[in-house]
Design a protein around this ligand. Sequence first.
Ligand code: SF4
Ligand code: SF4
Length: 254
Amino acid sequence: MSDEMAQEPRREVKLRIFRGMGNDPSTHRYDTFTVPHQEGMVVLNAIHYIQRHFDPSLSARWNCQAGRCGSCSAEINDVPRLMCKTSVDRFEGEITVEPMSAFPLIRDLATAVSDNWEVGKSIPPFTPKTEGTEPWKIYQQDVERSRELRKCIECFLCQDVCHVVREHKADYIGPRWVVKAASFDMHPMDALNRSDFLKDQAGLGYCNITKCCQEICPEHIIITDDAIIPEKERVVDRHYDPLVWAYRKLRGSK
Ligand code: SF4
Ligand code: SF4
């Protein structure tokens, strides 16, 4: 992969695009297209050009074209990226566009991501405190942390890049959903502790903090440092701190 800026203004862009149906591996192949270069062109523009001028059957998800909807996720030169935010000028030579490989293929660049929504539903929801809460006071640092964790556009690029999700999907909910749990846990008015859920049901222990998810997040959420590591620390405090363990044993609490 080359992420270097092209030295000379280019006149055309060559794309190698994965094609085929998810239920028929015999259809899987790569088609190559050459499209005219335009100033400010992103990969999604090139896909639209191909659909309009060469092959209307090329399937790809997109919606807002502005990096807000999280629909046009794909692997571009082996890295999960949003097609609408990836300039063709980042690359020299041919650009390879493939569907996200962590999810079942539907057709061409479109994958089935709906299982993610089911995982999301398993997270204990925000549960406001009912006592001693009037008036609500929230410090600016809590507002900023909450705002960061709620910036997620659910593009699932972090789920796609995570090797644990790829290899142990049934065991680990993945970085997007740890971010969601953390957005609840770190809200000062939330009454729940999700450590038991994260340890026993969400498989947080499988994450080995490679930070791959953090590096590719288009919203620049500091996924590992601001969500995953604090949640791991909470699990350790709750389950492995001997003082906390002794206190809970004495109180007979869970
Ligand atoms: S955390 Fe970032 S990479 Fe993951 S789904 Fe949200 S916006 Fe996408
Ligand atoms: S830091 Fe954890 S969640 Fe993120 S990609 Fe690595 S293993 Fe997956």
